[in-house]
Design a binder for this molecule. Structure first.
Ligand code: FES
Ligand SMILES: [Fe+2]
Length: 470
């Protein structure tokens, strides 16, 4: 785009150069406010070969252990939420595979991350998931660490060759914040988070999601390898069979869906939303009840769309633009038209899938079991802007469960209680897939073009395991 302002090498006076630089600067300043009616620019979409996806990747302990060392300890990992550590000394603890990590707000407002392990003789330090405390006291011999990591109290300190408080600290990890999420990297020599996320940053910044609050948070133990879930979120081929209800609100056809991958290792899918599926229903689909409700919430009359349901999406975009600001949705000013209505799903390497709607994001995160390749932990969280009209608007705009603002986090095993229709449908399928992937009767996948993002995901895993990344 900036190519329009490329500097000619000859016959350019200083004045002209000044004008041109001013134009470039203005364009950069406008930044997010380019032509919002245009679709998102394509990513770089590098060429790569389809991946065989054999079952061993999902069952072998050797592969699982190598994957931990090569991928998990080298990648930026989305760990927590900044708004959930509102004050100095507020902390959150998250477990990833065999590791447990503390994130804690500092007095200067920054956030630091430490391994959750006492530096005396290695006990786990904190067993709660969140809280607020000036020190972290070890349950074993009572050593106390300040929230900046420094040891401040050691029992019988005179009995050590050197007082441990003079030199012992918790072990810190690289930590950064983007889009209101806290990310960590166990590799001290890692690239920056922004370099790692690449084109994802520009897309997400448009939503201004930094202060979005939690409306649903479930953490569920699932008996399948973590990659089976991420694979599932890398394709929409399963939608008509596993989630037949989505035809009421999305155009699921791959031929009308946009897919992208980027060299950084992530992928994106943009699927038409706020529309019944013409592919599934035929050229004159009915106006579904969910869509009618969404129109009503934006002061549009569903009766005007009874015979022309395919026009509802555009009408909603225009109405959301018109009424957005007066209703407090100031971030709409930066959103592309398609971001107002369509599902924007991002698969962030290695283990997150985030689906953005105009006012909220569904975060689905998979982390490995500490030792068993055939189990994982699945997080299903929803963060959203708080509309003045309350959670009702969010419920009309998303297909996933929306509880209440600051919903309490729930922990359970899959099957103990419902997560919501869509995640229950997904997880039931992935558990069945794990059973098949164990079989000597499965040699390799026969994947379609619309499943290429799975291949890309595994291609990146292989590059990490072969030492070609990061
Ligand atoms: S292991 Fe923590 S105080 Fe001893
Ligand atoms: Fe699904």
């Amino acid at each position: 785009m900036l190519g329009d302002y490329d500097m000619p090498e000859d016959a350019c006076t200083i004045v002209q150069r000044g004008k041109m630089f001013k134009k470039v600067k203005e364009t950069l300043k406008r930044g997010l406010n380019d032509d919002l009616s245009l679709p998102a620019p394509k990513w770089d979409n590098p060429n790569f070969q389809s991946h065989p996806l054999n079952g061993t990747r999902y069952t072998s302990r050797t592969f699982f252990e190598q994957e931990w060392e090569s991928v998990w300890t080298k990648s930026w990992l989305l760990l927590g939420r900044e708004t959930e550590m509102p004050e100095p000394n507020s902390f959150q603890v998250e477990n990833i595979g065999p590791e447990s990590i503390i994130m804690v707000r500092q007095t200067d407002e920054s956030i630091k991350a430490f391994y959750n392990v006492c530096q005396h003789r290695g006990s786990r330090l904190i067993f709660s998931n969140e809280g607020k405390s000036e020190t972290f006291a070890c349950p074993y011999h009572g050593w106390e660490f300040a929230t900046n990591g420094k040891l401040v109290k050691a029992q019988d300190s005179e009995d050590f060759p050197i007082n441990p408080c003079e030199h012992v600290t918790l072990i810190e990890l690289k930590c950064d914040v983007f889009a209101g999420f806290v990310w960590v990297n166990m590799d001290p020599d890692c690239q920056s988070l922004r370099e790692y996320l690449g084109p994802v940053c520009n897309d997400w910044e448009r939503y201004q999601p930094d202060k979005w609050q939690r409306f649903t948070a479930m953490t569920v133990n699932v008996p399948c390898n973590w990659k089976i879930l991420q694979d599932n979120f890398c394709e929409s081929y399963h939608l008509p069979t596993v989630h037949p209800q989505l035809r009421e609100s999305h155009e699921e056809s791959y031929s009308k869906t946009t897919f992208d991958i980027c060299s950084e290792g992530h992928s994106r899918m943009i699927m038409l939303g706020a529309t019944p599926s013409a592919t599934q229903y035929g050229p004159k689909p009915p106006l579904t009840e969910g869509l009618a409700e969404r129109l009503r919430l934006w002061d549009l009359n569903p009766d005007d769309f009874t015979d022309r349901a395919l026009h509802a999406r555009k009408a909603l975009q225009e109405q959301m633009r018109l009424l957005g600001r007066e209703r407090g949705h100031n971030h709409y000013e930066n959103l592309r038209d398609e971001q107002l209505t369509d599902a924007h799903m991002y698969n962030i390497f290695p283990n997150c899938s985030l689906t953005f709607g105009a006012d909220g994001v569904l975060l689905q995160r998979m982390t490995p079991h500490p030792t068993d390749p055939e189990q994982c932990v699945f997080d299903h969280w929803y963060y959203a802007f708080t509309p003045s009209s309350g959670a009702e608007l969010l419920r009309a705009q998303t297909n996933v469960r929306v509880d209440e603002e600051n919903a309490e986090r729930q922990f359970f095993d899959y099957g103990q209680k419902p997560m919501g229709i869509i995640p229950d449908q997904d997880v039931a399928i992935t558990i069945g897939q794990q059973l098949g992937l164990r079989s000597r009767g499965f040699i390799r996948a026969t994947a379609s073009g619309q499943e290429d993002r799975i291949s890309w995901f595994h291609h990146i895993i292989d590059e990490y395991m072969q030492g070609q990344r990061p």
